[in-house]
Ligand binder design. Structure first.
Ligand code: HPA
Length: 270
């Protein structure tokens, strides 16, 4: 594994002029930010040795290096999901590489279903904590000592200062923001109404199929992590109508400008 990580990181280093301090994982339909970056250098996943290739509709598969608000950023346009069949090692390879590139801050975005009945589609949720119900853990197997300890503490995965700063920025910019717990499931089927009732009782506010592996891995390596969910729909059973991936993409599309304004405002302060 280490060899694979080093080989991929070496290739990326050879392609970029300058590094970055902050990485940004762009979720479903939220890739617009990458388009706004300046002095861009695009590296397609398929060029990178040992790299898996993203298969989901609406997801490009590339890193975009460049500046946004005068901050050097490494953006991931397209990520790997467990439901696509990738192994945990494949899903978190980009996160390991970020560490090799000297990146310290990670902003993870995703699309999620609202479990909390006070939420509305189009809200942004600052992830306070998560529940891992994916049935797997990216740190399973031999521990990579150079990255972090065997049994990492998980008491504050999502950095408290970044969460507070983000909340303040949202209020200043009149962005509809909520704070909550994200639960990560394997997917690809959406949840049943009974599962949503169960998850609500368990303390979850929003549900999705990503983020948890990346956050566990970045936490293992001591990153400052910020997670933001775009609530694209109410979870199954909350409203009478069935769930539709097209609706999820439609809301993501509708809020993308607000989302990019929000992230840019955060980047200014990070
Ligand atoms: N469930 C799981 N993942 C999701 C949802 C949902 O309702 N919406 C967007 N991603």
């Amino acid at each position: 594994m280490i060899h694979k990580i080093n080989e991929a990181a070496k290739y990326i280093k050879s392609e970029i002029k300058s590094g970055a301090e902050t990485a940004l994982i762009l979720g479903s339909g939220l890739g617009v930010l990458a388009e706004e970056m300046e002095d861009k250098k695009i590296i397609k996943y398929k060029e990178i040795p040992n790299f898996p290739v993203s298969t989901v509709q609406g997801h490009l598969g590339q890193f975009v290096f460049g500046s946004l608000n005068n901050k050097q950023i490494m953006a991931m346009q397209g990520r790997f999901h467990y439901y696509e069949g990738y192994s945990m090692d494949e899903i978190v390879l980009p996160i390991r590489i970020m560490h090799k590139l000297g990146i310290k801050n990670l902003i993870i975005t995703n699309a999620a279903g609202g479990i909390n009945i006070n939420y509305n589609p189009g809200n942004f949720m600052i992830i306070q904590d998560h529940i891992n119900l994916m049935g797997d853990n990216p740190l399973r197997g031999k521990n990579l000592e150079e990255f972090g300890p065997r049994f990492p503490d998980m008491s504050e995965i999502y950095n408290k200062e970044l969460r507070e700063l983000t909340y303040k920025i949202a209020v200043q910019n009149e962005i509809k923001v909520v704070k909550g717990v994200y639960v990560g499931l394997m997917g690809p089927s959406y949840e049943t109404p009974a599962e949503i009732r169960y998850l609500r009782k368990a303390g979850a506010d929003a549900v999705g199929m990503s983020t948890v592996p990346e956050a566990i891995t970045a936490n293992h390596m001591g990153f400052n992590i910020l997670g933001i969910s775009c609530i694209t729909n109410m979870a199954a059973g909350v409203l009478p109508q069935p769930l539709d991936h097209k609706e999820v993409m439609k809301i993501a599309e509708e809020v993308k400008l607000e989302f990019s304004t929000f992230i840019k405002a955060i980047l200014k302060e990070v």
